[in-house]
Design a protein around this ligand. Sequence first.
Ligand code: PEP
Ligand code: MG
Length: 327
Amino acid sequence: KQAQYRRLKSRPSISKDGQHVQLLLNSGLFLDLPHLEDSGASGIGLFRTELQFMVAPAFPRIGEQEQLYRKVLESAGGKPVTFRSLDIGGDKVLPYAQSFEEEENPAMGWRAIRIGLDRPGLLRIQVRALLKAAAGRELRLMFPMITDVSEFERAQALVEREKAFLKRVGYEMPETIKLGVMIEVPSLLFQLDELFGKVHFASVGSNDLFAFAFASDRGNSRMAGRYDTLSRPFLRMLKLIQDKAIEHHVPLTLCGEISGKPIEAMALIGLGYRSISMSSSSVGPVKSMLLELDVAKLRTRLLPRLEPGRTQDDIRKMLKAFAEEQG
Ligand code: PEP
Ligand code: MG
């Protein structure tokens, strides 16, 4: 199988009926980077910057952050890299960070961009490191756990201030700066028109979005498998986001775990997703599914099942049967 997947590496990622789907990599440490070349992915769709912070004995200095980001951009060799600003708090704790109090519901607590906006020193340093590392290139940066559009605007203003500062002291700037958000808190689904008028791009964090939408802790084994990501409510939710993104011409990716599972990835493509980001070991299996897929046919089977009134359908079962038919 592995050898078979390696042979697919140089094949363009296009469905049997000619739909192009961008396959990207989720990454977070420099060690993963060789996989970008091996897997045949066309870029990094999610670089989790918190991993550097989690393996370090203390807050990484600005120089260390900058060095990592530069190495990542260099080794990507011109392929796009989407960095995500620090997503700590919740289940991602930094043992050396003193100011974190114990919280009753850490997943819904002081985490990610909330910390970044409350303690702008931390976010400012990271943004500065990213701006310097991406000098002369494209910088793509997205913010996690955005819950209200105003939080994106504040983060954007912070980037603008850092840019102005670095320019003033004579640093070369990135050639282009693209700012985006993770869509992973359900409140954003009711702000999509405003949001998509402001961001350059967005990425659905289906792990958290599913957890919050179904009130189902992603780390609790008793909840695992209780609700289905291929169920009507979740698929409708994902379709709504994709439809709005198309309406507003905003490039959209999905970077949760479901991207890396062939049946789930197939469903996403059926809903209209044309860019998905996954771990390196998933690229082969997902690509081999894509090459055999008739997207138009899938849509005629899948989309009617999202219409009202078909509560008896088992969509997962239908998708599995369809996948077997496709080979
Ligand atoms: C997600 O929430 O789907 C996601 C990609 O981010 P993380 O798993 O790091 O929370
Ligand atoms: Mg998340």
